[in-house]
Design a protein around this ligand. Structure first.
Ligand SMILES: Cc1ncc(COP(=O)(O)OP(=O)(O)O)c(N)n1
Ligand SMILES: Cc1nc(C(=O)O)sc1CCOP(=O)(O)O
Ligand SMILES: [Mg+2]
Length: 529
């Protein structure tokens, strides 16, 4: 019989038989630990209340992965059942069980206790436990339409298959009133809180020391403080008293994927996953001993999903925008010799990002124009962005769109353009810049810096705004507004490594020369990350 680390409880004969069968499968499949997968296979193979429910949902051996397929025939299943029936429970070697199985069994026991059946656990409760542990087994059940709400009514009816409850010499489960059950629950919470804390630290250290991003470091730190506040609602004495690291079978288990990570991004992805899973565990198990914390863990988990999106987006944007120090806003009416010659000149001089900014051009004409610029930018290995119009960006397969504070919201544009297109957002103060990072923008415009005739402004953010952004934001950002070869050094001294320029290039007699000069000034300063 599995060596369950809980207090003595009752199992129905069907549940007992199913657990024996699951344990047999561990030996036959030559796997090392008993998991929820073998429990589901055993529930399918045996003849019990759960078997009947599973067959109603067409959940059969065919629903399971390849190693279980040899049991798909009636003879093989009968053969296995016969073996199980012929063996006495004492002769079966105990095996280790996965954390997910332990967790599912705990839920099964609690559900049985909840029904007032004195913790007499039936196969339908085992099934209930499987439905409440996230993972591949739950996914199989979900896929077939078996969900907690559909199983719920079945739990209140007596089994037609199972015989009288058996008292067995196994240690199972928690009733939340028993001291050992509380200890087990606190042990789960303690382990999950430690795992979550560790995951948070790994991410925070990357943001702080590798990215050097003051704004995101602050956001992650705030999250950690929220997490600490939620954990402080647990009884700290019970939490520590439940800890048993040396007796934890999980401390020595490491999978090959834990031993090697391909990149910093892979480390981050793994730690976000670890953090999210631990938060889910905290949310579920705090419902048993500290109910009021559960919604807090849920909120923190959603915040973590959001922050994962923001951080991964930022890394992608930095990668795609690497080497883009000078950003040209191309407007036909500002160009001496037409926008075609101007942009071709600038690309030849080494420009790597162009925005088509045409406020008056009719749509058809704009599409034709953008298609031509698309060809030139492709040939030069440069990015093409369209001002204001996600539809045109899609139509001409541009690399992205630039939006203003009053244009299309970033989130809506993202739905249209997908994850791989770039979305730039204009910002005029530090709060807008912070909000832009949170919104998942790929870069920001930071301005207006100096007075300009290209666009009318009543207020200027100036060099001070550049300094504020330089101090805390590592999402790519471009100062903009009246910048030219005469004042670019002031912008660079304020902390910028990039700039967006329109009039000074479009309106130049020789756009090639001006572009080259500006690019040299950036190169002398330092290359943008
Ligand atoms: C790089 C960059 N920054 C800012 C702007 C301005 O965009 P917006 O505020 O939407 O104003 P218009 O350009 O649409 O007049 C920009 N286009 N590019
Ligand atoms: C279009 C635009 N947006 C700005 C902002 O601050 O959001 S400044 C600006 C004008 C940029 O052109 P030039 O380089 O000719 O001044
Ligand atoms: Mg706009």
């Amino acid at each position: 019989m599995p060596n369950f680390p809980f207090t003595e409880q009752f199992l129905t004969a069907g549940a007992l038989r199913t657990l024996h069968l699951a344990q047999h499968l561990v030996c036959q499949l030559k796997v090392e630990i008993l998991t929820t997968e073998q429990l589901l296979a055993a529930l399918i193979l045996d003849e019990s209340r759960a078997t009947e429910i599973l067959s109603q949902y067409q959940i059969t051996i065919e629903s399971l992965p390849a190693p279980y397929q040899p049991y798909a025939t009636e003879e093989a299943a009968a053969d296995l059942s016969a073996k199980v029936s012929s063996e006495s429970p004492e002769t079966i070697e105990p095996v280790e069980q996965s954390e997910s199985l332990t967790s599912a069994l705990l839920v099964a026991q609690q559900r049985a206790a909840f029904l007032g059946r004195h913790a007499e656990i039936g196969t339908e409760h085992l099934l209930w436990g499987l439905l409440h542990h996230p993972g591949s087994v739950k996914e199989i059940l979900d896929r077939h339409g078996l969900k907690p709400e559909t199983l719920e009514p079945e739990l209140d009816t007596q089994s037609g298959f199972e015989t009288e409850p058996l008292e067995v010499d196994v240690q199972l489960h928690v009733a939340d009133t028993t001291p050992s059950a509380r200890t087990s629950t606190f042990r789960i919470l303690d382990a999950a809180a430690n795992r979550a804390r560790e995951g948070m630290r790994v991410i925070e250290d990357y943001v702080r020391f590798t990215l050097d991003d003051t704004f995101l470091s602050r956001e992650f730190k705030e999250l950690r403080h929220r997490f600490t506040a939620a954990c402080s609602q647990f009884d700290q004495h019970e939490l520590l008293a439940s800890r048993n690291t040396t007796g934890d079978v999980g401390t020595t288990i490491s999978t090959p994927s834990e031993l090697q990570r391909e990149s910093g991004e892979a480390v981050l992805a793994a730690n976000f996953k670890r953090l999210q899973e631990s938060l889910r565990t905290l949310e579920e198990w705090s419902k048993v001993v500290a109910r009021e914390s559960a919604p807090q863990f849920e909120q923190i988990r959603y915040q973590v999903y959001q922050q994962e999106k923001v951080l991964m987006n930022l890394l992608h944007a930095r990668d795609v925008l690497q080497g883009t120090s000078l950003y040209l806003l191309l407007t036909e009416s500002l160009c001496h010799h037409g926008s075609g010659p101007a942009v071709r000149d600038a690309l030849e001089a080494g420009l790597k990002i162009v925005q088509i900014r045409e406020k008056e051009m009719p749509t058809q004409e704009l599409i034709e124009h953008a298609k031509r610029v698309r060809e030139w930018t492709h040939a030069a290995g440069a990015l093409l962005i369209i001002n204001d119009r996600p539809d045109i960006a899609l139509a001409v397969d541009a690399d992205g769109v630039h939006l203003g504070q009053d244009d299309f919201p970033v989130e809506e544009a993202r739905k249209m353009l997908g994850a791989r297109k770039l979305i730039g957002l204009s910002t005029h103060n530090i709060d807008q810049a912070r909000q832009a990072v949170r919104s998942g923008a790929d870069y920001i415009g930071v301005g207006p810096t100096f007075s300009t005739t290209t666009k009318q402004f009543t207020e200027f953010a100036g060099l001070d705004y550049i300094k504020e952004v330089a101090a805390e934001i590592t999402l790519p950002w471009f100062p903009i507004g009246g910048i030219n070869a005469q004042n670019l050094n002031q912008v660079l001294e304020a902390g910028a490594t990039r700039a967006a320029i329109s009039g000074a290039i479009c309106g130049a007699e020789k756009p090639h020369e001006v572009t080259q000069k500006l690019l040299e000034m950036f190169a002398k300063n330092s290359s943008p990350s």
